[in-house]
Design a protein around this ligand. Structure first.
Ligand code: PMP
Length: 288
């Protein structure tokens, strides 16, 4: 039996879900999305994800499709109907359906779809062994802070990285790393500081990034928000990426250069453990 998905107001078997060929999400990529991880039957950092969901919609002047409480109810219902204990919940809202025209009419009803993806998120081979990232020119547009479904830049970059024998890519703009193709990039400097680029329109403000920086503060780890170059990254003692679906994943090779001894570093492993502990038991982690 396939999944039960949410499509424009109804829970339906995935085979029965339909949207119009005139949907602006399909024709123009005029849509935003959000992904929340589920582990142990609970959602991780969902408040941060729904805050960003609302910010992305506001940036494009698309109204909230349903009130936030109802949205949380839809997420819970999808988890229950699909018996999801580990995986992700995907939400997407497009501006709506109208005959094809760059200019959109006012008052369109947004199209709202949501579905679950069951998959293993914790203790994956990538988290245990680390990944190799290629360096690729950041070919995206100038508003990377909006989580739009218009992801062709990343689709091409990931595909190219894979073809070149890497697991993923870090993107480079003006001589500086912006972020991973679907993750936030971090390095650890020789003096033990956790370093990541500050939020701006050049990157997606990662929810996992924010959670990890809070964990650094809570556990007395030094961190710094500053952009860094590929050369600085390649001379780092450790490196890792964060995202809702990959948690904290070590990076053991950047371009041609092996990081450290080619194995996940000790600080990265500590952050992995802190993150997982907080995900599985947010209240205990907050009071520890
Ligand atoms: N940057 C980009 C470009 C991404 O696609 C993602 C994941 N959606 C992230 C960063 C990480 O964001 P989050 O931690 O909220 O999943």
């Amino acid at each position: 039996m396939g999944r039960i998905v949410y499509c424009d107001g109804r829970f339906v078997p995935e085979e029965e879900a339909r949207i119009s060929i005139f949907d602006r999400g399909f024709l123009f990529g005029d849509a935003i999305y959000e992904v929340t991880a589920v582990i142990g039957g609970g959602m991780i950092d969902n408040d941060l994800h729904l805050d960003r969901f609302e910010r992305s919609l506001a940036a494009l002047s698309i109204p909230m499709p349903v009130p936030r409480a109802e949205l949380e109810g839809i997420q819970a219902e999808l988890m229950a109907r699909n018996d999801l204990s580990e995986g992700t919940i995907y939400l997407q809202v497009s501006r709506g359906v109208a005959d094809r025209d760059f200019l959109y009419p006012e008052g369109l009803a947004p199209t709202f779809i949501a579905f679950t993806q069951a998959r293993k998120l914790a203790d994956t081979p990538a988290q245990r062994n680390g990944i190799a990232v290629d360096l690729a020119k950041d070919v995206r547009w100038a508003r990377c802070d909006i989580k739009t479904s218009m992801l062709l830049g990343q689709v091409l970059i990931k595909h190219q990285a894979r073809a070149r024998g890497y697991n993923d890519a870090w993107m480079v703009s003006d001589g500086l790393i912006t972020e991973g193709s679907s993750s936030t990039a971090f390095i650890i400097t020789g003096d033990g500081r956790v370093l990541t680029r500050p939020n701006s329109q050049s990157t997606l403000p990662g929810c996992t990034r924010m959670a990890v920086l809070r964990l650094c503060a809570g556990h007395g780890l030094q961190f710094e928000e500053r952009a860094f170059s590929p050369a600085e990254a390649q001379s780092a003692v450790e490196a890792f990426v964060t995202s809702a679906s990959s948690f904290v994943t070590p990076v053991v090779k950047i371009g041609e250069v092996v990081i450290g001894n080619g194995r996940p570093g000790p600080l990265t492993s500590r952050l992995q453990a802190y993150y997982l502990e907080a995900a599985l038991d947010p209240e205990a982690a907050a009071s520890s």
